[in-house]
Design a protein around this ligand. Structure first.
Ligand code: ADP
Ligand code: ADP
Length: 238
């Protein structure tokens, strides 16, 4: 099974060190919650894993391959194996929901053709099935920007599923949502983790959410890991 290995990873922005010499090993199938105050480096860490940004130092491996060195099509392959969802959903608001979900397949293409007619019937059916699984298939033909925040985050999860990922990163996925929608989104991430065995690594700012959903909690402060263990261990310390 495929482990995500982070070895000696640091990231500086000018003189500011956002992430400082982090080592982490995350086996396939874990559901990991990263907690810490704003500015602790959580988002920078996730962005380095899927190569939205590069480390200043150190290496990241997945399944033995050094993802922090990939270029070209192997990098595109990693970015499809490693899906990401964001606090602000990052959908294309004017495009309909179904097309937004199908965009999860773009990295499966070796060349770009025009978008129209680009997706097969089977892919469209798969996108509808993903929307059904998240209970929002009735919104398929609406512009994504007209949906509620909770619905938009579910669209983003459906788009991530279309990537057929091995790892799913979530950067504060419920920070903009009301409690009911937050629960639906966290339940969905947990279901994906349990049913598909997809590794889920999510930044959260409330400890309660991490305790409820994650089997491993990583605490970050000032770019460093200050806690790493199961929720029970955290309860003992607190
Ligand atoms: P968190 O996700 O825990 O809130 P971040 O990873 O977003 O923390 O930020 C960690 C530190 O790095 C903060 O001091 C932040 O201001 C800084 N930082 C993050 N991204 C950038 C950037 N693109 N340019 C400069 N500084 C950044
Ligand atoms: P987060 O939700 O992780 O706290 P932020 O709101 O801190 O994210 O950052 C949003 C965007 O601004 C990101 O692209 C981040 O890289 C960038 N950013 C954060 N801090 C700084 C900074 N001090 N200087 C420049 N860009 C920053």
């Amino acid at each position: 099974s495929a482990t995500l290995e982070i070895r000696g990873v640091s990231r500086r922005f000018g003189k500011n060190t956002a992430v400082s010499a982090i080592d982490l090993s995350i086996p396939q199938g874990q559901m990991v919650g990263i907690i810490g105050r704003s500015g602790a480096g959580k988002s920078t860490l996730l962005r380095m894993i899927n190569r939205l940004i590069d480390p200043s130092q150190g290496s990241i491996f997945f399944d033995g391959a050094e993802v922090s060195r990939l270029r070209g099509s192997p990098l595109r392959r990693w970015q499809r194996d490693c899906a990401m969802i964001f606090q602000q959903f990052n959908l294309v608001p004017r495009l309909d929901v179904l097309t937004n979900v199908l965009l999860g397949r773009l990295n499966h293409r070796s060349t770009f053709s025009n978008l129209l007619g680009m997706f097969t019937r089977a892919e469209c059916a798969e996108a509808v099935a993903a929307l059904e699984r998240l209970d929002i298939a009735r919104t398929a033909l609406q512009p994504a920007g007209t949906l509620s925040g909770g619905q938009q985050q579910r669209v983003a999860i459906a788009r991530a599923l279309m990537q057929q990922p091995k790892v799913l990163l979530a950067d504060e996925p419920i920070a903009s949502l009301d409690p009911l929608n937050a629960k639906v989104v966290m339940d969905s991430l947990q279901d994906i983790n349990l049913r598909e065995g997809i590794t889920v690594v999510t930044n959260l700012h409330t400890l309660d959410t991490a305790r409820t959903y994650c089997n491993r909690i990583i605490g970050m402060a000032a770019g460093k890991i200050v806690f790493d263990g199961p929720p029970e261990a955290l309860n003992r310390e607190a």
